[in-house]
Design a protein around this ligand. Sequence first.
Ligand code: GUN
Length: 294
Amino acid sequence: MTELIDGNVHAANVRARTKVRAEAFAAAHGRKARLDVVIVGNNPASRAYVNTKAKMAHETAIDGRLIELPETIGKDELLGVINGLNADPGVDGILVQLPLPGHLDGQMMIDAIHPAKDVDGFHPMNVGKLFTSARIDPEAMLIPCTPLGSLMMLLDTVGKAGLSGKNAVVVGRSNIVGKPMAQLLLANDCTVTIAHSRTKDLPAVCREADILVAAVGRAEMVRGDWIKDGAVVIDVGINRVPTEDGKGRIVGDVATQEAMGKASYITPVPGGVGKMTVACLLHNTVVAAEARVK
Ligand code: GUN
């Protein structure tokens, strides 16, 4: 029997706890915690994500603002916007939605965000803290939202003892998900393998995984026979595939139907990790706001 890990339930819990803190912050400081989300250009998927982030912020007593910039904006102009937000005492969190148009260097923009306002946890200072801290504390550090949400669901599902000593395989080596996810699993005493497109015999590597995290961005790449019996599977993928009616359908990086009956637990797509990403962004915004007034 495979149980689904319901991202909606986990995310609602994180948002409810965050809302209580956001309301207390507003009462104590006479203003709401504020998250500014910067979007450049018209990528439809990015637009949908940032609209969700702003809407969920409002529902969580956070002042979520969208800063919409034209596709043609230059490097110096965008750096100017980021520096303005860094200097604005009313701004607690800054997120620059990725990917940026080709003429802009995403890492350069991330590096420009003040580390204390970097609610994505992508700034090298925050990455360094994550990779060197003896103890991972989501209250004291800004941890990338998708890996943090994935870890929270794992801990709620199998507990600390369910991770300690286990073989974890992370498929995907991005700075946004793969690398920080591996670090969080390592900090929770997993034996971690990071696999990727050049890994030899990827199915065999995945079959060793007690904990399998798929974060490659390729629709249903991880097949049922890649999954060890009883493995816990976290599917980070959000891929749109064509359908006959032209509307398309969202699927993960794992062939979920094939995984049913093999995995002990799996996150569905949609309704899994994606919801937790946004919830953790709001969590990070409150953590950043509280730290700034300390
Ligand atoms: N693009 C895809 N995921 C993310 C994310 O978590 N943060 C940002 N800034 N951009 C993204």
